[in-house]
Design a protein around this ligand. Sequence first.
Ligand code: NAD
Length: 240
Amino acid sequence: MTPIETLQSWLGEAQCAVFFGGAGVSTESGIPDFRSVDGLYNQQYAYPPEEIISRSFFDADPAEFYRFYRDKMLYLDAQPNAAHRKLAQLEQAGKLSAVITQNIDGLHQAAGSREVLELHGSVHRNRCTRCGKSFDAAYMKAGEGLPLCDACGGLIKPDVTLYEEVPDQDTMARAVSYIRRADLLIVGGTSLVVYPAAGLLRYYSGSRLVLINLGETPYDSTADLVIHGKIGEAFSKIEV
Ligand code: NAD
């Protein structure tokens, strides 16, 4: 059996499959990841991206934070790719219980997935730090300089987990619960080096851990099936 045929047969037998993904799931939608050769970490900016998108940088220099954020993190025209679409179809067919994602782009929901656990928040939720008024991503993308609340003038902050911030604990607990109950865990498009998200894998006790990634990850040797390649291409071969 080819690796794709094995994945297809495991999906057919699974009662409680879960998908856990990262930035690599959206690169085929035109959103760069952080660590690939042409990813965000390799692009030129005055500071390294991991420094700019940290909480202390946001507090110290919000104008520079927002220049980077608008330029490199808001891809509002991006559309779901074959991986997002197939995962949504698998859920609708009752074959997948949840998508757990480190992504902040909202593309799983755009593809039709319902149970999406966003470990690092979403660019689509933004709140005034003073009065709490909500704003959409288009409001954040428009204009230059600081995004200010049109009601009170306060600074707006995206509901995105910055470096030095703790991921939402309720979402984390729900992700742990899904992974504990999973009989098939498909992990894709993530370098598995950002904690605590990458640590979620240790809660999986089943015998069908599938990794789909362009390159190697620290978990390749412990996985039961490894597919090295583009995740959109891999999922486009799966039949629902
Ligand atoms: P990462 O950038 O660390 O790693 C991405 C991984 O995906 C790499 O190992 C790369 O080889 C692989 N990859 C790239 N394209 C692929 C493809 N088409 N098919 C299969 N694999 C592919 O990503 P990460 O581990 O998710 O990093 C964590 C942080 O980056 C997260 O906190 C996330 O919030 C943030 N991030 C999010 C987005 C987004 O929302 N789309 C984009 C960039 C970064």
